[in-house]
Structure formats: C-alpha cells, structure tokens
Design a protein around this ligand. Structure first.
Ligand code: ZN
Length: 122
C-alpha cells in the first residue's frame, strides 16, 4: 500500500516535470475496493454443523453454536405419522429426532441468533 502511494507520488513528480497535471487524489480514493464482508455474510449458508462466521451483531469471528428447534418439517412429519395411523404417541417421534428439526445457529459471545437452517426451504 505504501509502496503504491510512493510510486504514485513518484509518477506525479515525473508528470510535473513533463508538464502534465498529477492525477487528483480523490480518484485514488475511489479505487479502494468496497468492503466485501457484508456480501460474505449474506452468502453464508447454514447447515446442521456449526459454521465459522463473522457475527453480524457483535462483529466477532466465531464458530456458531447450534441448537435444534421444532420446525415445519417436525410438524409435517408428526402429521404424516398420525395420518398413516401409527397411533397416539408415535406421532411425537419427530419431536425427538434431530433430523426432523430446524437448526438454530447462535453467536457464543453475544448469544444472538446469526442464522437458521430449515429442512424445508422457506
Ligand atoms: Zn455475536
């Protein structure tokens, strides 16, 4: 970065010697690439496993802690089991199965939810 600005100044000096106008400094500022962090967060996909993300609440670089929550798929599985007549009680099986639950990803530092993985796309 400092080498670049040194080169720029050197070039500007050379151009001054040659009688040309040095490039305006505002142009140099415009060339700074935009912060891509925001895009990375938006593209982050959450699955069953904890993932490494930058928390959008406290900004810390964290590995999410996951917990399971009864989601749409859980209720759907329960409804299906009831419907096909497995009897009272069996329809509660999905509520005990991790595989039928949504996964909530939260920040271990600030305890806020940073993402969610649903079995059924919403
Ligand atoms: Zn956080």
């Amino acid at each position: 970065m400092s080498t670049d600005s040194q080169n720029l100044r050197k070039r500007a000096k050379e151009q001054e010697i040659n009688g040309e106008q040095p490039p305006p400094y505002s142009e140099t500022f415009n060339q700074i690439p935009p912060n891509v962090n925001q895009v990375v967060i938006l593209q982050q996909m959450f699955y069953e496993e904890p993932v490494r993300v930058v928390c959008q609440h406290c900004g810390a670089d964290i590995v999410t802690s996951t917990r399971y929550k009864n989601g749409t798929a859980t209720w759907l599985a329960a409804a299906v089991m009831c419907f096909i007549g497995l009897g009272f009680g069996c329809c509660l099986i999905p509520f005990c199965m991790k595989g039928a639950k949504d996964v909530i990803h939260s920040c271990p530092k600030c305890r806020r939810v940073v993402g969610q993985y649903s079995r059924i796309g919403e």
